[in-house]
Design a protein around this ligand. Structure first.
Ligand code: SF4
Length: 431
């Protein structure tokens, strides 16, 4: 990778598979963005890109189809509205994620996500790491997302606004999935940042590029990795207790209803995003949440009729809600991503067309390569494109592995190397 390429990555930019075009990712702490900021993202996409925004399973937004010469202006426009992309790609602390946006503890989680985002974003001490460093904060362990982070924080207690967290580390997906392990329990919030600093110091010192923290867990074993982290100077430190006003944008949820707006494959047109931002100002609290399932959620104002808002949004955006699969995470695949081995949105459309009514209620995920960006091992049915097979005429066609998650932990591979035809047959039988 060229130096320019790695510097672009630190600014949250990847080259697209189409030569001359780039993708800009925008970090949203815990997936939350204000309606005004969403308008900025929509305007940047319309003005500089092709007028589409991709919602990621880590609660970020991505703008594709940007020419190299507009990248500085894009960064400037995002910064004017308080948005940052620094460290959204490359060897840095990535966007802080949360899939528990509907939990009662979410205001505390969002506040911590914003503090971690401020602390680790743009600080050169936490950049140029061997590879990405992912942090997620969850209200519970049900979805298993704490298991796939470099640092997964799980809310353990919340008394009088004081929170403590269990800390899970060294998880990750990709070609060699590994579930994280429990490093420490009921850690008060004041110790979270120093402990993460200790983990990053051990990671940066010991892991060769392009390995993740999970590599050290495999190489050293959990006991040695734990000892190395505990020996770091910052491990026992605390930062002063935070005493300011809450950092959350989302209104604490007492008396509020959450409305989820399904977005097929996480792909929104700019004008659809604008209409949803307007609906948030009118019916909700002026914020939008990008969910871990690539949809948009609003925290409605008390007394607002959710069905009426959904109908208003549907009329304005023409988003198709009918027949939607409840949860269907889809990465850009070979539509835009350099790594993509299959046309993931077409696979997703196939899933929608073919599966039984019962199977539409399952959680689905489709990934265009083994990087597993849509977390297929955490879906009830996960489809991963693993390779391209070349036939006698030189034509290449994708092969798919299928994972099922029927119990806590990571899902297990049940089918390997399926052709599209074999996958299609299988999809119709899944219950
Ligand atoms: S899973 Fe692979 S193809 Fe899909 S977005 Fe991630 S890197 Fe690209």
């Amino acid at each position: 990778m060229s130096t320019a390429g790695s510097e672009y990555r630190l600014d949250g930019i990847y080259k697209q598979r189409q030569p001359g075009f780039y993708m800009q990712r925008v970090k949203l702490p815990a997936g939350v963005i204000s309606a005004n900021q969403a308008r900025t993202v929509a305007a940047v996409s319309s003005h500089f890109g092709h007028g589409a925004v991709h919602l990621t399973s880590r609660g970020s937004m991505e703008i594709h189809w940007l020419k190299e010469e507009v990248l500085p202006q894009v960064k400037c426009e995002l910064a004017k509205s308080g948005l940052s992309s620094r460290g959204a790609c490359g060897g840095a602390v990535r966007g802080i994620t949360c899939s528990s946006q509907s939990s009662l503890g979410f205001p505390a989680i969002e506040s911590l996500a914003r503090r971690l985002h401020r602390h680790f974003t743009g600080n050169p001490r936490f950049e140029r790491l061997p590879k990405k460093f992912k942090i997620g904060i969850e209200a519970d362990v049900v979805g298993g997302r704490h298991l796939i982070q470099d640092v997964g924080l799980v809310l353990a207690s919340l008394d009088d606004g004081r929170a403590s967290y269990d800390i899970w580390i060294a998880g990750g997906l990709g070609r060699e999935p590994r579930a994280g392990f429990l490093l420490a329990e009921r850690v008060p919030e004041e110790r979270i940042i120093p402990i993460i600093e200790a983990i990053i110091a051990v990671y940066a010192t010991n892991a060769p590029p392009p390995k993740r923290l999970k590599f050290l867990a495999s190489e050293f074993g959990e006991v040695k990795l734990r000892h190395l982290i505990e020996a770091e100077a910052t491990f026992c430190e605390s930062v002063p207790e935070f005493t300011g006003l809450p950092d959350c944008l989302v209104t604490p949820s007492q008396g509020h209803q959450r409305l989820e707006i399904p977005v097929f494959a996480g792909k929104l047109a700019s004008d659809q995003l604008l209409h949803i931002a307007d609906a948030s100002d009118r019916f909700a609290d002026g914020t939008l949440m990008v969910t871990a399932d690539q949809d948009i959620a609003l925290q409605l104002s008390p007394g607002v009729d959710a069905a009426e808002v959904l109908e208003t949004v549907r009329n304005k955006t023409a988003l198709a809600f009918a027949d939607a699969i409840k949860t269907l995470r889809v990465c850009p695949g070979s539509h835009e991503c350099q790594m993509g081995l299959s046309a993931t949105r077409e696979i997703a459309a196939l899933v929608t067309d073919i599966v039984t009514e019962h199977a539409k209620g399952l959680q689905w995920a489709v990934s265009g390569c083994s990087n597993s960006c849509t977390q297929p091992q955490l879906a009830e049915v996960g489809i991963i494109t693993t390779r391209l097979k070349t036939d006698a005429e030189g034509l290449k066609s994708p092969r798919f592995d299928v994972y099922r998650r029927l119990q806590p932990g990571l899902g297990q591979r049940e089918h390997e190397g399926l052709t599209l035809e074999e996958l299609t047959t299988l999809l119709g039988k899944i219950t």
